[in-house]
Design a protein around this ligand. Structure first.
Ligand SMILES: Cc1ncc(COP(=O)(O)O)c(C=O)c1O
Length: 242
């Protein structure tokens, strides 16, 4: 928030990989906080559930999320009546009443079938998150002392992703692939280097540049067995023992 100017209207912190962002510190900047809780269903921070602190929070129900629909979907949560009203307008062509748009909106309604799927899956979200946390605990204990870094635990993550960083990311990735252990990179190109954002100075975000070259997401999901997690652990350990 050091870069706050008179044009700064809001802060949009991301609970990245499910780990609670430091919202209390960010809120000290004195601008409204809009939480991107797109990866943080059921994550807990010291101040409460992710999504419940800011003036509004947004969740994604994309199928790969901890709470995922069978197609696209999402949700805005807010206690602000004005934001609630405007969100309802925006999701439905800007219409309060049929065939009469008050503002420019779009079709962003959550359809009934997706809502039905999510309603059933919501019952098991806490159990699935508990299992993800068990796996994360195994990884954290096993990797302690290895030359890699893990996310600081700023709260209770839902461990949507388990991401490590190492300067040898690409070599480690190839080593794990040779052992049939799939990994992903979240994310390979920082926002300020994407064509759509070319108005931004490409030299402006050195931390994002460095992290995009070092991050690696290891397998984690609610149905990963202990044996499979141990195979991942052995794979990572064997790489650093070379
Ligand atoms: C942190 C975060 N914010 C926003 C989004 C966008 O969500 P959606 O694809 O449902 O619009 C995603 C989806 O990947 C995300 O991970």
């Amino acid at each position: 928030m050091e870069r706050k100017t008179s044009r700064t209207k809001a802060a949009v912190p991301v609970h990245l990989y499910g780990m609670p962002a430091r919202l209390k510190e960010i809120a000290r900047a004195g601008v409204p906080v809009l939480e991107d809780a797109g990866q943080a269903h059921g994550s807990d921070a010291k101040w409460g559930r992710c999504g419940s602190f800011g003036v509004a929070g947004a969740f994604s129900f994309y199928p790969t999320k901890n709470l995922g629909a069978y197609g696209d979907g999402g949700m805005i949560v807010t206690s602000d009546a004005g934001i609630a009203k405007r969100s309802r307008l925006l999701r439905n062509y800007g219409q309060h009443e049929n065939f009469s748009s008050e503002i420019l909106g779009q079709n962003s309604r959550l359809d009934e079938l997706q809502a039905a799927v999510l309603r059933v899956k919501l019952r098991t979200l806490d159990d699935w998150n508990r299992r993800r946390r068990e796996i994360a605990r195994m990884y954290r204990e096993a990797f302690d002392g290895l030359p890699l870094a893990m996310q600081a635990e700023t709260g209770t993550s839902n461990y949507h992703l388990f991401v490590i960083t190492t300067a040898e990311r690409d070599k480690l990735r190839a080593h794990l692939a040779s052992l049939d252990i799939p990994t992903l990179v979240h994310y390979p190109i920082p926002v300020h280097r994407q064509r759509a954002f070319r108005e931004f100075n490409p030299g402006r975000c050195p931390n994002a540049d460095s992290l995009c070259a070092r991050v690696l997401s290891l397998p984690i999901h609610a149905f990963l067995s202990n044996g499979e997690a141990e195979r991942v652990i052995d794979g990572v350990r064997s790489f650093f023992k070379r």
